[in-house]
Write a protein that binds this ligand. Structure first.
Ligand code: ADP
Ligand code: MG
Length: 610
């Protein structure tokens, strides 16, 4: 029948219509990827039916059994057969541009029924009894009466028994139960009023009690630390509204799994939104850190296309630039308004007395210094304080002597005391610079501070002119996948502005001839790999400036003074002066403060003197 036995057979095969079951199984290939997809579709159906309570139970990671029970409107007896027929839906009439429900394709139930043994039992408000219908690998059994409460129960046994190839790809019970939890949590955030439970012998139970307070639901899903470290976002532009919460930069994660985005109440995984979030934090977070966010976009259904993929998690906006601008603008605004705060930690009263640097030296505490941050905003690093291209070299040449023992014993120069960050007095634990102003004590994290300074300097310098580079004695040849070689080679000119001179060296390698002097000794190989990733991640969507900023950030990470470097007093003071001259230097690229300030009055309070 297939002709495989004879590969050169040229006889034309008759074209025939596929059976309904095969058609549904083909559709299932896209809609139902794994047990979590079944849960997602069934929970969405329950929500579309107006349920207030949804109970999910699973056995064997959902492969043996998934049961979803709801108290929604139910399905009338005469509709049961339609519910499991392809392209039958109660949600979409004529207008594909006006989708207001989670479902609309009319293909989830028939798809699931074609690859499992499924039973749907339901009862509507008006009906005097419940009814059930079963589908077994696509074979439908007629509806029959069954005892039921109002609402719907869908049971899916032996998922993928009819498609063994798919079954082979399942990852194991633990991974599937986790994925199921994630799906339920994701949708639960958009429906705080609904009570959700997930239970079964294959898992610990999950319960989210219905609440009228959206923030409480968010805390149920993300933990209450998020609420404590989140900023509210609410903005509107040309009929698109964005609201929700975003974490302060210091409350970040190693991956983007904790980012929840919704478009008109539908959970989506959208590249444009993800990239806009990254853009909004580009200045305050390292490339490999991700904020935690819960963001809702609301717009006219006609302005967004959700009919992109059967799983309905992809969307296309009619005006992507508007959405991107709105997200970046609103988040940056929220961050700026709040100042950048450190994460809440073990909240002791002592820690409460310290003021984190807020990046910009604005506010009353520096008024007496007469320091004008705005006037120094575009001051490139190497032009002030001699802390520029030779910064790394200076650190490198610093003798292994701590200022610990010496600086504290001599009275600080009075003119230094007047600076916002004061006079350096000592370096302790090989990373913290202790300085003194006229009325406070300053502690600087030198590693964090230097990383920020390098970043700002790279950013500033690249807009003005090329940065000095340092020639390598021998070009360093770095083997890389050809895609990465391509990416780096096509950005060679940009990278040269930063002082990184490289060229293609055959299809699978790059030759590096010069590196940015500011970075000192760098691990060229890992720098190139990170840069290639950076370009791969963002090449198509990022505006040039943002891309350059992130290249600068990537490089800064590689070039920062490690903690443990011992500094001379002059070097410490140079670092402080440089921080004062650099806007945004109050936080490192990761959003942590680079310095903290303890006012004398606070110190006195700590000692009970006030
Ligand atoms: P869609 O959700 O795209 O309409 P489905 O195949 O998921 O397609 O469901 C088909 C139809 O079955 C729905 O349109 C709805 O009328 C009905 N239905 C499914 N699940 C439920 C439920 N839990 N409660 C009430 N009606 C349901
Ligand atoms: Mg559906």
């Amino acid at each position: 029948m297939t002709g495989n036995a004879n590969p050169v057979m040229l006889t034309a095969m008759a074209i025939h219509q596929l059976s309904e079951t095969i058609i549904n199984q083909i559709a299932a290939g896209e809609v139902i990827e794994r047990p979590a997809s079944v849960v997602k579709e069934l929970v969405e159906n329950a929500l579309d039916a107006g349920a207030r309570r949804i109970d999910v139970a699973t056995v064997g990671g959902g492969l043996n059994l998934i049961r979803v029970t709801d108290d929604g409107g139910g399905i009338a007896r005469e509709d049961l057969h339609l519910a499991i027929s392809r392209h039958c839906t109660s949600k979409l009439s004529d207008d594909i541009n006006d989708i207001r429900s989670l479902g609309f394709r009319g293909e989830a139930l028939p798809s699931i029924g074609s690859v499992s043994r499924m039973t749907i039992r339901s009862r509507t408000e008006m009906a005097d009894a419940g009814y059930e219908i079963s589908v077994d690998g696509g074979r439908v059994q007629a509806a029959r009466p069954a005892a039921a409460n109002r609402g719907t129960l869908v049971e899916v046994h032996d998922l993928f028994f009819a498609t063994p190839a798919r079954l082979k790809f399942m990852k194991g019970e633990r991974a599937e139960t986790t994925a199921i939890n994630d799906v339920v949590k994701r949708v639960a955030i958009a429906f705080p009023n609904v009570h959700f439970t997930v239970s079964g012998p294959d898992r610990g139970a999950l319960e989210m009690v219905g609440t009228s307070d959206p923030m409480q639901r968010i805390a149920q899903v993300l933990g209450k630390e998020f609420a404590e470290n989140a900023l509210a976002v609410d903005a509107q532009r040309e009929g698109v509204r964005l609201h929700g919460h975003v974490s302060i930069p210091s409350f970040s994660r190693a991956n983007a799994l904790q980012q929840f985005a919704y478009v008109n109440g539908r959970p989506v995984r959208d590249k444009l939104i993800a990239s806009a979030i990254r853009g909004a934090y580009a200045d305050t977070l390292a490339r490999d850190r991700h904020p935690v966010v819960v963001l809702f976009l609301q717009l006219d259904p006609a302005d967004v296309d959700v009919n992109v993929h059967p799983a309905k998690a992809d969307v296309r906006f009619r005006d992507p630039g508007l959405v991107r601008g709105l997200i970046i603008g609103a988040i940056r605004e929220a961050l700026a308004q709040a100042g950048i705060r450190p994460a809440t930690g073990a909240g002791t009263s002592l820690a409460g007395a310290f003021r984190p640097g807020t990046g910009g030296f604005r506010g009353e505490e520096f008024n007496n210094g007469g320091f004008d941050a705005d006037r120094s905003i575009h001051r490139p690093l190497e032009m002030s304080g001699g802390f520029g291209e030779s910064a790394q070299a200076r650190f490198d040449s610093a003798p292994a002597v701590s200022a610990d023992s010496r600086a504290g014993s001599v009275a600080p120069a009075p003119d230094l005391l007047a600076h916002p960050l004061g006079a350096a007095r000592a370096q302790v634990h090989a990373n913290y610079i202790v300085a003194q102003t006229e009325n406070s004590l300053i502690i600087v994290d030198q590693h964090a501070a230097h990383e920020r300074l390098v970043y700002e300097a790279l950013k500033n310098a690249m807009h003005a002119r090329s940065l000095p580079s340092q020639m390598l004695l021998l070009p360093e040849i770095v083997d890389l996948p050809s895609d990465d070689v391509e990416r780096l080679a096509s950005h060679a000119q940009t990278l040269e502005k930063f002082g990184l001179r490289l060229e293609r060296f055959g299809p699978g390698a790059i030759a590096v001839r010069e590196t940015p002097a500011m970075l000192g000794e760098v691990d060229v190989q890992s720098l190139l790999r990170d840069l290639a990733d950076e370009i791969a991640d963002n090449d198509t969507v990022e505006a040039l400036k943002e891309r350059l900023d992130r290249i600068a950030s990537t490089m800064a990470c590689h070039g920062s003074v490690r903690s443990g470097r011992l500094l001379k007093p002059e070097e410490m003071n140079a670092l402080l002066r440089q921080m004062e001259a650099t806007p945004g230097s109050g936080t490192c690229n990761h959003g942590r403060p680079t310095y903290i300030e303890l006012k004398l009055t606070d110190i006195e309070r700590l000692f009970g003197r006030r």
